[in-house]
Design a protein around this ligand. Sequence first.
Ligand SMILES: [Zn+2]
Length: 176
Amino acid sequence: MAIRNVVIYPDEILRKPNADVTVFDDDLKQLCADMLDTMYKNEGIGLAAPQIGVNRKIVVIDIPDDNDEQGKNQLILINPKITKREGELVESQEGCLSVPGYQDTVMRYPKVSVTYQDLEGKEQQLNDVEGLLAICLQHETDHLDGVVFVDKLSRLKRDRLHKKYSRILKELQHAE
Ligand SMILES: [Zn+2]
């Protein structure tokens, strides 16, 4: 088990192309275990591989249950792809482990379907997913396309973020 450093926006690593995973071996299992450890350590509900500096198509997600506890809904998605987006866009209040200390509202589809491979390379699918998991799947697969949720904000909001964010980053550096 290893906790990796989270890549912080606006690092270029978050913009690089992410390669398909083609080898399903113990190294991949270890990498996914590290991603889960890193996500839990940072109290996240989702993490994409580029967020720990690995430009490959891997996402881990764990949506908390009704008691706000994690561990029961763990998902590891290799080469995930959203195949269907449905419904009228809804407002989604989001944060991101790569954008610490900042939350804002972006628009997301309320329902999605996704195909992916599991750790053995077997094809899997999740159909007509709704709620927080649907939002999370969109947020994390965006990372695999080099997109961070703040990219979806209006220019005005993004300018505001960049002002506020430079202060947050300075505070974080001081805290270390
Ligand atoms: Zn994120």
